[in-house]
Write a protein that binds this ligand. Structure first.
Ligand SMILES: [Zn+2]
Length: 137
């Protein structure tokens, strides 16, 4: 049975998160390099270095994994990285919305005890809430 008590903001974030996109974590780098060809001007002039060469890298368990990319792939990877960052923000916003919801549940003991009853919990009376509200919120 769908829970009709899901707050709209939580529902909205959940909907956003349920739309998969290709995305990745890591970073894109663009390099200009010197070659070892004798007489090539790249040895002396930074502006004559070769490139750009693109790579994407990511630290996995302490070691950096990277792969080279074509210019076209680099454009795609840039979008995928942005999608990943947006996803991370959405996750955070989702957490916050769910935590507000969770806090609201604590303030509404009736709803919580109804839920417990549905799940077959024994009908014990909820003890009077000792109010330990934080005053510096
Ligand atoms: Zn060169």
């Amino acid at each position: 049975m769908p829970d009709s008590t899901i707050p709209p903001e939580v529902r909205a974030f959940a909907d956003q998160l349920s739309q998969p996109r290709p995305m990745r974590r890591g970073s894109l780098s663009e390099r200009y390099v010197k070659c070892s060809k004798p007489g090539c001007s790249c040895a002396e002039h930074p502006e004559a270095r070769h490139g750009p060469y693109y790579s994407v890298s990511r630290v996995v368990k302490g070691s950096t994994k990277s792969r080279w990319l074509t210019g076209e792939q680099a454009g795609q990877v840039r979008e995928q990285l942005e999608a990943g960052q947006q996803f991370r923000k959405h996750i955070e916003a989702y957490w916050q919305a769910c935590e507000r919801w969770a806090d609201a549940r604590l303030e509404a003991p009736e709803a919580a005890s109804q839920e417990a009853a549905k799940k077959g919990a024994s009908k014990r009376r909820s003890p009077p809430r000792s109010s330990r509200k934080s005053t510096n919120s």
